[in-house]
Design a protein around this ligand. Structure first.
Ligand code: THU
Length: 157
């Protein structure tokens, strides 16, 4: 049998190594954490995206007593943008969170499997990768396309 080793490439950046646009998007994601509705987990996730036309959207997790009815920050931003500008590719997505103490996380938080699947669909739909910025106080992970986080993904059938 042959072995297949899959490699993931992630840049680890400090804020001063990012562009102004990237930093602004991270600031929006931080702002979005304060709009989160998370009375059950108390984990407040914020996301922000920029579209090809320069429009930006925030998203945050919206929880529900019936847990699966809630939605993550990433999907709330992507679906809001899709509803307003269905023909505009998503260029970059920034994500961060506040922990249960209300503090911004030190280490970046990674999108859940369902959000990864939605980001895959977004890339398929617009035929281009979505840059992902995962912000934590220690550093930001810069990821050029969700396939870095989700290889061998299920796309079209
Ligand atoms: N959450 C997100 O908003 N994004 C993710 O990618 C992971 C998890 C939310 C869902 C739930 O409201 C809380 O974080 C705890 O899981």
């Amino acid at each position: 049998m042959e072995e297949m080793i899959l490699k993931t490439e992630i840049q680890v950046a400090q804020l001063d190594e990012l562009t102004d646009t990237d930093r602004q998007l991270i600031d929006m994601a931080i702002e979005a954490t304060s709009r989160s509705y998370a009375p059950y987990s108390h984990f407040c996730v914020g996301a922000a995206i920029i579209l090809k036309n320069g429009k930006t959207f925030m998203g945050c997790n919206q929880e529900n007593a019936a847990f699966p009815a809630g939605i993550c920050a990433e999907r709330s931003a992507i679906f809001a943008a899709g509803a307003q500008y269905p023909d505009q590719p998503v260029m970059t997505l920034a994500i961060t969170a506040r922990n249960t103490k209300g503090e911004l996380i030190d280490e970046p938080a990674s999108p859940c499997g369902t959000c990864r699947q939605v980001i895959i669909e977004t890339e398929t739909r617009f035929k281009q990768p979505v840059r992902i910025l995962l912000y934590g106080k220690k550093h930001t992970y810069v990821i050029n396309g969700i396939k870095q986080l989700m290889p061998l993904s299920f796309t079209e059938f």
